[in-house]
Design a protein around this ligand. Sequence first.
Ligand SMILES: Cc1cc2nc3c(=O)[nH]c(=O)nc-3n(C[C@H](O)[C@H](O)[C@H](O)COP(=O)(O)OP(=O)(O)OC[C@H]3O[C@@H](n4cnc5c(N)ncnc54)[C@H](O)[C@@H]3O)c2cc1C
Length: 300
Amino acid sequence: MNKKLFDVAIIGAGVVGASIARKLSSYNLKVALLEKECDVSFGVSKANSGIIHGGFHHGSEYLKSKLEVQGNRMFDQLEQELHFPFKRCGIIVAAFSIEEMKTVEQLYMNGISNKVVGIEMCNQRRMLALEPKLNTDVVGGLYAPAGGIIEPYRFVFSLVESALKNGVELFTNFKVVASAENSGIYEVTSEMGNTIFSKWIVNSSGLFADEISTIFNAEKFEITPRKGEEFLLDRNSAARTDHVVFPVPDSVSKGILVIPTVEGTTMLGPTAIPQKSKEDVSTTSINLDMVFSSARRMVP
Ligand SMILES: Cc1cc2nc3c(=O)[nH]c(=O)nc-3n(C[C@H](O)[C@H](O)[C@H](O)COP(=O)(O)OP(=O)(O)OC[C@H]3O[C@@H](n4cnc5c(N)ncnc54)[C@H](O)[C@@H]3O)c2cc1C
């Protein structure tokens, strides 16, 4: 490999690195996208729930809320430009007690303060009209019509294909293991001994961002991984809903969802289990049973 000089080297070709690569490809810059795996979207971005969130889970004091709402609004144009599977199927949050309705009220207030379009508090009748497969014990809930679903890996492929057409260079099997800085130019070395040079580095290495930060003598922080196990049902499943169905969230996670995927299957999950290894993607029957019974509470 030639020792090339780039303006920007982006480390990690998940949804974040791919989006940054596409954006930078519209400027007059030489951009490298470096990925340790043999293809793009091999990290968390290949196996998430594919939900384009509704922007109501957190209050307006969080940057995440602002980005969620702005990001959600971008998807109609992104779909037109990049042609990946996307559907604005809407999101509902189902409450099964008066206590849970208090949290729904808070989610609604979050949505209002985040300027979420069309968000609605619903009574039992409205919930069952929206989603007839819901457990009839539902007492009410929330409806966010702008929420949607995508095929997560197809989205990343589309972003990268667009970036490559615009001149970005992709280096796969390039696991960044070392860097050295000399007169404002970074020498970036892969595990296989290949090297590129770049004036700027973008760290979009997901779960490994703490390790990359250390390699570049940047900010020190530690990522504590959490594993999410999901259950995929086939296209004939009677559990398929019209909307993404959320339970009322707790302080740890958004809970176990019922997700009608863009492929026509139904996904149940995820769990959110703290763990040591960043690479352990194993599943256990105990957790999958837990996913199944939590989803059944909402959609019997
Ligand atoms: C079970 C689950 C469900 C989720 N569901 C949703 C959802 O429905 N909606 C939503 O918005 N979010 C969801 N998320 C969160 C979402 O998936 C992540 O926020 C997102 O995928 C992170 O993207 P990323 O590009 O930062 O990381 P990644 O996709 O992990 O990309 C990082 C890339 O960096 C590469 N890399 C790492 N180290 C190096 C190195 N040394 N050299 C070169 N390359 C390197 C990796 O191989 C990887 O390809 C979910 C997460 C989980 C776990």
